[in-house]
Design a protein around this ligand. Structure first.
Ligand code: ATR
Length: 284
């Protein structure tokens, strides 16, 4: 570090568990940029002061984590289209007069799927869950040309609300809400679905659970993507594979949403795949 070091960081509460400082300082080293990244514990009521203070201190950018992803939006000078659609911000980029808010979750999921050779366009899809993570996934699937998306959730009202919202945003009426228990009513019989698992079921410490355990359900899935990343191998992934499909976990989405933030702060800089694969090991 010297007088020219540019500073980024993460605001959250708690923030002590965050892997982002290790990841971003590693990217800075690998891309040869004079950038330092630090954690900032910010209490919920202090998020506005934190954004103002960051601007006054000339911080280049911030990541935003729980519980600030929504509340931070009122303190920004601009909000990117994806973040507006998803209704949450996880990255701030300094611009004239303040910060612009981005959400790199959908782009992170897209890059993870591209790297794994998983196509979205023209696919029949299943999306399990209707929370914040599901919203980013639903928006991505609709925008990238999925043929139809059955949105299955335990709480049907929540599924219907999310489907209506994303259909309205993308102008494509492709998200169809369904009660989770009704999966047996999906049309057809073949292995014709790409399935994104975005419920919190199966997360550490409940690693022996999957939101649906019925083998017949997994016989409909050719590719499974679990957004859960702790553990890196989930029960959902095991069930997809045991049935003959292929499966990936949420670690790469986590990895790439961070890399995309780094690239937003440093236009023209690309984090190469060798760096990404070392960083992936650091996350394990
Ligand atoms: P996030 O923002 O991380 O997506 P969330 O908003 O709490 O988290 O959403 C959690 C999702 O997991 C929801 O879809 C929830 O289903 P409900 O909307 O019906 O509550 C789903 N979920 C959590 N525990 C579940 C369980 N035991 N069975 C089925 N779905 C579950």
């Amino acid at each position: 570090m010297n007088g020219k070091t540019r500073v980024c960081g993460v605001i959250g509460c708690p923030v002590e568990h965050s892997m982002s400082p290790q990841m971003h300082n590693f990217y800075a080293e690998r891309t040869g940029l004079n950038l330092a990244y630090v954690p900032f514990r910010v209490e919920p009521q202090a998020v506005g002061d934190a954004v103002k203070g960051a601007y006054a201190l000339n911080l280049l950018g911030l990541n935003v984590t729980v519980p600030h992803k929504q509340r931070v939006m009122e303190y920004l000078v601009e909000i990117d289209e994806d973040a507006r659609a998803i209704g949450a911000v996880n990255t701030l980029v300094r611009m004239e007069g303040g910060y612009k808010g981005y959400n790199t979750d959908a782009a992170g999921l897209k890059r993870a799927m591209d790297r794994a050779g998983i196509a979205i366009r023209g696919q029949r899809c299943l999306l399990l869950g209707a929370g914040g993570a599901a919203k980013a996934a639903a928006y991505l699937l609709a925008r990238e040309g999925a043929d139809e998306v059955f949105l299955l959730n335990r709480n049907l009202d929540r599924a219907a609300q999310l489907a209506g919202c994303v259909n309205g945003l993308t102008g494509r009426d492709v998200i169809r809400p369904m009660a989770l228990a009704d999966y047996g009513r999906l049309s057809g019989t073949g292995r014709d679905f790409l399935c994104i698992q975005s419920t919190s079921v199966g997360m550490h410490p409940d690693t022996d659970q999957a939101v649906i355990e019925d083998e017949a359900f997994y016989e409909r899935i050719h590719t499974g993507v679990d957004i859960v990343y702790t553990p890196s191998e989930t029960k959902f992934m095991r069930l997809v594979r045991a049935s003959g499909g292929s499966a990936v976990g949420g670690l790469d989405m986590l990895l790439y949403q961070g890399i995309i933030a780094y690239e937003l702060w440093n236009p023209g800089t690309v984090v190469d795949e060798e760096t990404a694969s070392i960083a992936r090991q650091m996350l394990l």
